[in-house]
Design a protein around this ligand. Structure first.
Ligand code: ARG
Length: 261
């Protein structure tokens, strides 16, 4: 059940990446501007947001590393095929920063079930943008989270030209795994759910790999999740499912160190 959903999501991401030329027109996105159920982010509001050319999101982890989802990449090794776009909410902006990848590190043991994280190394560092620190304890794995991305604004909809944002509440593993929600499909140890029981606000296809984040005790942004999967988008009783970053924090940090970032 879970697997085909992820497969579908990956296919959808591939298709949307192929059709990135047909971005939603500036005016069109406004009427029901969403991640799903969201609004436009201001230029500079989330400086760490990254758009990846395969049709995923990411977050700038260090000047030369982007944290994304494992299901957005094909494996570990040299990879010069990905273009990262940074520093803009408008993907068509002439002030955008772009970098090619030179290496991808996918979570060891990733098999489509959990462990949905990967690091992409950029060909040269981006030193003008703030990075997004990851949560290293479970202290921030609750509360209200911010989500953002250039993915679909409605289930089955097109990719967006402008970065959209929304906030969603934490959903406990017990609730998320209950029979009215994902009925045991959530890997409680390393996935975290967020969304309204009534639906309406969510990440969607093309947001994958992007961060879910909140403010820490010092009012700084901290990344708690990576957009991973969901049953459709913004459906009632189907919260978004995110990689629980705190669980993988030390694995991510050692991988980053090994990549020189
Ligand atoms: N797997 C999707 C992607 O590749 C993201 C799905 C998120 N879905 C959700 N309902 N929160 O873009």
């Amino acid at each position: 059940m879970r697997r085909w959903r992820i497969l579908l999501a990956t296919l959808a991401a591939a298709v949307t990446a192929a059709t990135m030329g047909a971005l939603a027109a500036p005016g069109a996105a406004q009427a029901d501007a969403n991640v799903v159920g969201g609004t436009r982010a201001a230029q500079g509001e989330f400086p760490f947001m990254v758009r990846l050319s395969m049709g995923c999101g990411g977050a700038l982890y260090s000047p030369n590393l982007v944290l994304t989802a494992a299901h957005c990449v094909s494996g570990t090794g040299t990879n010069t095929s990905i273009t990262a776009t940074l520093g803009v909410v408008d993907l068509n902006s002439t002030s955008k920063i772009t970098r090619k990848s030179n290496y991808v590190y996918r979570a060891p043991g990733y098999n489509g079930n959990g462990k949905d994280w990967a690091l992409i190394r950029l060909s040269s560092p981006v030193t003008t943008l703030a990075t997004l620190p990851i949560a290293t304890t479970t202290a921030y794995d609750s509360g209200t989270f911010t989500i953002a991305g250039w993915g679909a604004a409605t289930e089955g909809g097109g990719q967006q030209r402008y970065l959209l944002k929304a906030t969603v509440p934490f959903v406990s593993d017990a609730t998320c795994n209950s029979s009215s929600m994902y009925n045991g499909e959530i890997i409680a140890s390393n996935e975290i759910c967020a969304g309204y029981a009534s639906g309406g606000t969510d990440t969607c296809q093309g947001d994958s790999g992007g961060p879910m984040f909140r403010r820490d005790a010092s009012n700084a942004w901290v990344q708690v999740g990576i957009v991973s999967w969901g049953d459709g988008c913004a459906r009632p009783n189907r919260p978004g499912v995110y990689t629980q970053v705190s669980y993988f924090a030390s694995a991510i940090a050692s991988a980053a160190a090994s990549l020189g970032g």
